[in-house]
Design a protein around this ligand. Structure first.
Ligand code: NAD
Ligand code: GLY
Length: 371
């Protein structure tokens, strides 16, 4: 088992990473000093795959484990669903000391995390991520949120978990598209600050995609370690932590304009290449580095072109993005593989030109992006 520490002023915690950790989660929870009642929040898919096994281990170890089920999908990462969970917690007499275990992907981590942060002004939270995206990114760092109307991820809090338990073996059941979404974020970490990680993904992509546990564990540990260090330096996302948004400025605009037919990971993939092309045209990134970025994403079965979207709509969405600074669109641009910088200097004309260059409307692509 690998152990990564997140050292924060008042909220230090461990990220435990290994294979088979879920079936002995009771040991980790006892290490935290928990006993008695706790609540698993998960969805029907993950419950059948892992929730039942987790509950059996907890019950065998003497815990009193209740399960609250949230329907599958991003649509249920909502204030309304949070309200239902508050009532569910109340019904089973959950108290301020009752830990909540968020078991699933980023949707579950964000929603159950938000509920943990707010039920009785905060109950202990343990993140148990089961998708690659949640293992490398969303379970770490304490951003919890729900969506509300057009406000995606904008109703939330910074609420650190007591522990993150990452069982790499759960990825064996993950659908390929979800694996690819997570890979986009892992590749992002390589580009922003770890050339070695990028090289590993470049050379080992086939083994990663065939669930080679050793290499997957190495990739997850490196990503988690990077995120832990960034969060330690900028917990509340006032500066450095923004570099995690490389590819996300354009990515969010693509998600919105495509009406979420393009998934988060796919949109980030396109966003990273588009930001790369902007950087190249501004004279920072080399042709060969941009080609490597594009090639590793293509090898990961991720899209690298905008799928025939309305460029005026994309520009509008970019201008509304929350990362806009004093009227200018703020990008995280790659200088080389392993190094990025903040820039407000890309002109609107350049951004629009690059978006048009990247836009490729073909039926083939449309099929590829459809959910
Ligand atoms: P997700 O939570 O929707 O999970 C994807 C799918 O995989 C779901 O259908 C789920 O039921 C299924 N699943 C989960 N684990 C599985 C397993 N082991 N085997 C088989 N199927 C499994 O998607 P995600 O990509 O994990 O997370 C996306 C969410 O994360 C978004 O809501 C996004 O806003 C959020 N996010 C949050 C942060 C953060 O810092 N808090 C960062 C990035 C993304
Ligand atoms: N996923 C971006 C962050 O945690 O800041």
């Amino acid at each position: 088992m690998h152990n990564i520490k997140v050292n924060l002023h008042l909220n230090n915690y461990e990220i435990r990473i290994g294979s088979g950790l879920l079936e002995k989660a009771s040991e980790a929870l006892s290490d935290l000093g928990f006993n008695g009642k706790l609540v698993i929040i998960t969805n029907p898919v993950v419950k059948v795959l892992y929730g039942d096994m987790l509950r059996a281990d907890l019950e065998a170890a003497g815990f009193d484990a209740s399960v609250l089920i949230v329907p599958e999908g991003e649509d249920f990462k909502s204030l309304e669903q949070a309200g239902k969970l508050f009532l569910g917690l109340n019904e089973i007499h959950a108290e301020r000391t009752t830990p909540i275990l968020a078991v699933g992907g980023g949707v579950m981590g964000d929603l159950a995390g938000f509920v943990s942060a707010t039920y009785m002004r905060g109950v202990p939270l343990v993140q148990i991520p089961t998708t690659l995206l949640s293992q490398v990114d969303s379970s770490i760092g304490g951003k919890v949120a729900v969506n509300h109307g057009r406000l995606k991820n904008n109703i939330g809090a910074f609420y650190q978990p007591k522990m993150v338990i990452t069982d790499v073996s759960t990825l064996k059941t993950l659908p390929e598209k979800e694996m690819n979404n997570g890979l986009a974020e892992a590749i992002k970490y390589g580009i922003i600050c770890d050339k070695g990680l990028f090289q590993i993904i470049e050379s080992e992509i086939e083994r990663i995609k065939s669930f080679d546990e050793r290499i997957l564990t190495e990739v997850i540990c490196r990503c988690a370690g990077i995120k832990a260090k960034i969060v330690e330096k900028d917990e509340k996302d006032t500066g450095l932590r923004n570099i995690l948004n490389y590819g996300h400025t354009i990515g969010h605009a693509i998600e919105t304009v495509s009406d979420f037919r393009v998934s988060h990971g796919q949109a980030v993939s396109i966003g990273m290449v588009t930001a790369g092309l902007i950087s190249l045209k501004m004279g920072f990134l080399s042709d060969s580095d941009l080609n490597r970025i594009e090639a590793v994403l293509i090898k990961s079965a991720l899209p690298v072109k905008i799928p025939g979207l309305d460029i005026d709509d994309l520009m509008q969405a970019l201008k509304h993005d929350k990362k806009k600074k004093e009227g200018k669109i703020r990008f995280i641009l790659p200088k080389s593989i392993g190094e990025v910088f903040f820039s407000d200097e890309a002109s609107t004309a350049l951004i629009e030109q690059v978006l048009r260059e990247m836009n490729e409307e073909t039926e083939d692509l449309r099929q590829h992006y459809r959910k």
